[in-house]
Design a protein around this ligand. Sequence first.
Ligand SMILES: *Cc1c(COP(=O)(O)O)cnc(C)c1O
Length: 420
Amino acid sequence: MTRSAFDYVDGVLHAEGVSAVSLAEQFGTPLYVYSRAALTAAWNAYAGACAGRRASVHVAVKANSNLAVLNVFARLGAGFDIVSGGELARVLAAGGKAENTVFSGVGKQAGEMRDALAAGVKCFNVESIPELDRLNAVAGEMGKKAPVSLRVNPDVDAKTHPYISTGLKSNKFGVAFEDARATYQAAAAMAHLKVVGIDCHIGSQITEVAPYLDAIDKVLELVEQIEQDGITIRHIDVGGGLGITYDDETPPEIGEFVRTVLDRIEVRGHGHREVYFEPGRSLVGNAGVLLTQVEFLKPGAEKNFAIVDAAMTDLARPAMYDAYHAIEPVVKRDVPAHVYDVVGPVCESGDWLGRERLLAVEPGDLLAIRSAGAYGFVMSSNYNTRGRAAEVMVDGTQAHVVRAREEAQQLFAGETILPA
Ligand SMILES: *Cc1c(COP(=O)(O)O)cnc(C)c1O
């Protein structure tokens, strides 16, 4: 029987074949630990379901942009979805190819457009007419034609699908559905743009397939209208957003999700178009944990606190989105369990990682914060002049440091004081 990438062996949490205790001893805490096998398995679930279909997968870099993580995907033949010039630089440094990279984001700067055009990205996912104008101007200066798709906002009803957060009229994202046809005509008329596709991304941590199907139906209707206007749409980008299990969520399995989406597009008579997926969280979220050590247990009148060495600066999701992450002792211990709020050392009441968790722990014990591979390290900060955590990737029985822990001197190396 195969066990998941992070599991207990004789009461001790392991990452693949390596004990989390030995990882913490060797590399210190807080420590991000990724599993190459888990990254590979998630990629294979997407790639397997796309095999033999007109479909390709672009890894959303913003979910976890560590070079080693990107390189694992690049070696597997992945494409990438970027949202900044910095992410393009990372993709190229990690062995990814510009021609397999799509450039998303609502506020692309001219310099970022220039670099992406020079590198030869596959497509710009454009979100407004002013952005089309800017891209057209940049491409014109460079004597190039920029491949574009418009991100349309399908305004999927949030009442029926409460997990959606970016596909609504009230969001900053995308071209409003009613304006999309005219915006395509504007794009097609620009001399230095070439319309190649259409794009939508309706939100994140979506645990049902129904909202995707609603969005796809609306997008396909639009594609038919756009083609009546004489504009060819080669690809349909359905975005990312597939959810994972943090607690008791039951999202569709990756392969089932991909097949359901592809089947819908085919049944609706659009099977000749290429379909792009842009997953982030569902590729990396459950391929990482954050290890932290209990510094103090602090009993209180109303609450007990477990003060740990990780903080909101390492994992912002609880403070930022009220997000839940499972927290478990690395070593199962026979000590009395109490209910704790797991909090960090940062001077903010918002600095918490888990609330009201029943934990059998003592000071000095290690805890594992689960499902920390997506929007974990990438959202970390240096607030309180805390160096960011080290990142390690486990590959079988080997552990590799893929980002060194930051030291205090590095944090103010770019600062200067006024002359005397
Ligand atoms: C964030 C983002 C993604 C990835 O979303 P996940 O929820 O991590 O899968 C994909 N596409 C775009 C345009 C995004 O902004």
